[in-house]
Design a protein around this ligand. Sequence first.
Ligand code: PGA
Length: 234
Amino acid sequence: MIIAGNFKANHTFATCEAYLAEFASYIDESNADDIYIFPPFTALQAPLDKRIRIGAQNGYPAEKGSYTGEICLEQLSALGIDTILIGHSERRHIIKETQEFIARKFEFFKRNNFTIFYCVGEPIEVRQKGLESVLRYIDDQLENIDLEYPNLIVAYEPVWAIGTGISASLDDIEETHKALREKIAAPLLYGGSVNAANAEGIFASPFVDGVLVGNFSLKADEFSKLLKLSTVRG
Ligand code: PGA
């Protein structure tokens, strides 16, 4: 399983440093195949334990330059970062990133061999219309995205399940992942209110290759429970 924690705009450099030290102490008991943490930019740092991979939550598709408030390839590479989240629903909906811009970002970081966590997922009004509508919605989010890219990991994160405490049901997750599996060979993660109580069922599903976790990843001792619950996918 791939276990990934997205801190969003939480944690400082100091609290992240303490987190990474504590989290490393749990890794010996981990059954996860790969572990990723996405701290905010100001907390990007090399982890004590090389089994934890650090990724960026965002990046501007340029080497460097006049992009006020953004962070580019030069800054990420200097920190040894080669993993990035692209297409997260908070960037699509709050920051208003368009599919065209997201695809441009994807191409840029693909050209630079980044491991790309690419997020897709529908809002509640689309889910209420049923699976076909969900798949059409996700199809639009896959426009101009190279699904054959070898360093791709896809995260299915229904918008209505993110940060709400209401995870999608296992049936919804499996039904959606099964359909996505027909066109996506890359590992398929689920994200949206994953915690220690619902993770076991999710890990047991043959359609799920891992989880992308927000709120529940913020405390190292809590998040580490997922490492133990995880199953080895190989
Ligand atoms: P959540 O966030 O676990 O807090 O629902 C998931 C995500 O946004 O990746």
